[in-house]
Design a protein around this ligand. Structure first.
Ligand code: SAM
Length: 317
């Protein structure tokens, strides 16, 4: 499947070898999962309504695709663990892009993607299944089912307690299985200077995290804590690898430039969707004040004067 087919929620035509029947999985849960919350002009998941503060509509799906492509440009692999998995779980699969790419690449693997929102395309490789599930519930039916469990962009918002997640992961893993988290610490760091206090992106990210905190979440990610939690839950061979995701096309290296450009594109494509619930529900800002701040943030991001980056941690490999 050409990943560009997924941009802007374009309905995908079944490709040859793709299974168009997997969408019927959702019917077993009932149409209520499609009864999306409509608020602030955006749609949000219906299953476990209110649980996750980012939209699930086409604009947000485009953002996810840009950010997935940015991370994949940096890592160049779908996972780093030294394993050849055949039963793979993608937790919080979003558009399903990671899962689709993996299922396409490894046709002898069974890939399962779970999410609160049934937004994945209907046409999928035949070895891929999507299910609507809350990753923080007991993962019933998944006992000793996987040899690789993957997350990407879930930290602090989707998975509020990694300790609990790792406890569940242990029961869902086959003996010798691996868990691998690709998680970003949503903060504004700078390669060669302090971020000046007047920089709107720096202000936005701090306020965004404050708003999320009021909702009981965080965009921050502490790999040292995650590493300790993995060990506490009995994982061995625990490793943390750190990367820098550039925000903008400022790096000289071509691959970093591409990753930074995709990351910035993703941010600019849906700053509003990222912000709405954190600022309006968490911080009780007015919509007008938020829009003013977002204008400044877009302007500062597009100027690309600072060499900003966000840390990306790969844990559990
Ligand atoms: C930031 S997106 C990341 C999507 C995907 N992993 C990627 O990298 O493109 C987070 C996804 O996790 C899903 N999600 C949030 N909380 C969840 C939960 N408790 N259980 C399952 N999925 C969840 C959201 O619906 C959303 O699709």
């Amino acid at each position: 499947m050409d990943t560009n087919d997924l941009i802007r929620g374009a309905p995908s035509e079944p490709d040859s070898g793709y299974d168009n029947e997997t969408s019927s999985l959702y019917t077993s849960i009932g149409s209520s999962i499609l009864d999306y919350e409509e608020t602030y002009g955006r749609s949000y998941h219906a299953f476990k309504r209110g649980r996750y503060p980012l939209p699930n509509d086409a604009i947000e799906q485009d953002r996810m695709i840009y950010h997935h492509q940015s991370i994949h440009t940096l890592l160049r692999r779908w996972w780093l663990s030294p394993c050849q998995p055949t039963h793979i779980l993608d937790v919080g699969t979003g558009t399903g892009l990671w899962a689709i790419e993996v299922a396409d690449e490894i046709s002898n693997a069974q890939v399962t993607g779970i999410d609160l929102s049934p937004i994945q395309p209907n046409a999928t490789p035949p070895n891929l299944f999507f299910e609507v599930m809350d990753a923080e519930d007991e993962l019933n039916g998944f006992e000793e089912a996987f040899d690789l469990i993957h997350t990407q962009f879930m930290n602090g918002i989707s998975i509020r307690t990694w300790q609990h997640f790792y406890k569940q992961a242990i029961t869902s893993l086959l003996p010798g299985g691996w868990v691998e988290n690709h998680e970003i610490d949503f903060s504004c760091l700078c390669e060669d200077a302090e971020v000046p206090p007047e920089n709107a992106f720096g202000r936005w990210i701090k306020l965004w995290n404050d708003g999320l905190e009021k909702l009981g979440m965080t965009g921050r990610c502490n790999a040292i804590i995650m590493e300790g939690q993995l060990r506490e839950e009995g994982f061995i061979n625990v490793t943390v690898e750190s990367y820098r995701v550039p925000v903008g096309a400022w790096p000289k290296d071509d691959e970093y430039k591409k990753a930074g450009s995709l990351f910035l594109e993703g941010l600019l494509s849906d700053l509003s969707g990222l912000s709405l619930k954190a600022f309006l529900d968490g911080l009780h800002w007015s919509r007008a004040d938020l829009e003013l701040l977002l204008l400044e943030v877009r302007r500062d991001l597009q100027k690309c004067e600072l060499h900003c980056y966000m840390p990306l941690y790969v844990t559990g490999i």
